[in-house]
Write a protein that binds this ligand. Structure first.
Ligand code: GLA
Length: 378
């Protein structure tokens, strides 16, 4: 990809790029809709990533060609009154957030290309934000700090884009590690790294039902969780014990009760998943993934028929330990833990079963855990 993007940049702008940065998409193994409740998530970087080549242009504009959507767009870094609506709103949002937090900015010409399917729930927008941050750090000359840049990207999402998400996607895109899934405590961003159980692989299954979190029920779920925390007089659901919830749950609005029950049980499952990883118990990990899907389907209501069918088909296959939807939901992708020797067969049969029952094509792929944001030409 490096040589390809350098050549494409040169073709477009007539000069060599000065820097090339990349950032991966992600898959979350377990711990869903817990990050904005200060809870636990367990994601890893995937083989699909976003690349960006840049050259400082000495102006106050960022000009950006995205090969993925075959479109050119630009924004000013001195005047943020024009809010972009296209894909460039993500880098524009990080520029706005960086400026708000006192970082210097510099204009550049950029060319991006990548492999993360858009709307697949694999965090293509977080990767776009992170390459944006990395580009500004090089163009304007400030030090790269992956955790701070993940926070900046989340601020862009929350305050510029208007999506009240947590920090999982941005943080894992920034800090992902080769060969490891990372348990993140979203309260203090403490991390613990775990290799996958011996002899297993991660399979990602895209339903090809496009999910767009912006303007979706995602913000409603966020709101419902905040109402749940308020009802118990705690700052976040992380501060609510299962015992107290069970004692007082009857007094809650039934919808809020279900949402809170999901978050509390999912936090527990994420921690148990870490134990299962640590003691190399793929069966247990798979069981927790299945339970997570059920909780997301019934209590949190963020699945959809295609995700349910995909996970059912996955579980029917030989060598599949467990499967669940991954990411925000309402479409997008599912993830399964699979015995390596059966992975090819499992992938083919799952895709066939999915297509037979939905009439839709699935995109199924295997992934290792890949590294986070990197500077490929510095
Ligand atoms: C989306 C959000 C994340 C997280 C997941 C659900 O991916 O961007 O912050 O809330 O949904 O776990």
């Amino acid at each position: 990809m490096l040589n390809q993007i350098i050549a494409a940049f040169k073709d477009t702008y007539g000069a060599d790029p000065e820097f090339v940065v990349r950032s991966p998409g992600r898959v979350n193994l377990i711990g869903e809709h817990t990050d904005y409740n200060d809870g636990f998530v367990f994601p890893m970087g995937i083989v699909y990533d976003q690349w960006l080549a840049i050259r400082k242009n000495g102006t106050d504009r960022v000009n950006w060609y995205s090969k993925d959507v075959d479109s050119n767009d630009s924004f000013s870094i001195s005047d943020f009154s024009e809010k972009k609506k296209s894909w460039i709103q993500f880098p524009q949002g990080v520029a706005w957030a960086l400026k708000d937090y006192g970082y210097p900015l510099a204009g550049f010409d950029g060319y991006s290309m990548g492999t993360i399917p858009i709307g697949s729930g694999l965090s293509s927008s977080a990767a776009l934000e992170l390459v944006g941050c990395a580009a500004f750090s090089r163009a304007a000359g400030f030090a790269w700090d992956p955790v701070k840049m993940a926070r900046i990207s989340r601020i862009a999402d929350n305050r510029w884009i208007g999506l009240n998400n947590g920090i999982m996607d941005q943080l894992i895109s920034a800090i992902a590690e080769e060969g490891k899934a990372i348990l993140i405590d979203c309260r203090d961003l403490h991390t613990q790294k775990f290799p996958l159980p011996d002899g297993t692989v991660i399979v990602v299954m895209n339903t090809n039902v496009k999910h767009s979190l912006i303007g979706s029920a995602y913000n409603d779920r966020h709101e419902e969780c905040m109402r749940g925390a308020k009802a118990f007089g705690v700052d976040s659901l992380r501060d609510l014990s299962i015992e107290r919830f069970e004692r007082d749950a009857d007094d809650l609005d039934p919808v809020i009760r279900k949402r809170v029950r999901h978050v509390l049980s999912e936090n527990r499952r994420a921690l148990e998943a870490a134990k299962a990883m640590d003691s190399d118990e793929p069966e247990r990990l798979g069981q927790l993934m299945d339970e997570s899907h059920e909780s997301l389907r019934v209590d949190f209501e963020v699945s959809c028929p295609e995700l349910d069918i995909m996970t059912e088909e996955a579980r029917r296959q030989r060598g599949c330990y467990g499967a669940r939807m991954t990411g925000g939901g309402f479409g997008g992708s599912a993830v399964a833990l699979v015995k390596k020797e059966f992975a090819e067969e499992m992938m083919t049969k799952t895709a066939i079963g999915y297509e037979r029952r939905t009439g839709k094509k699935a995109t199924v792929f295997m992934t290792q855990a890949c590294k986070g944001t990197s500077f490929e030409l510095n």
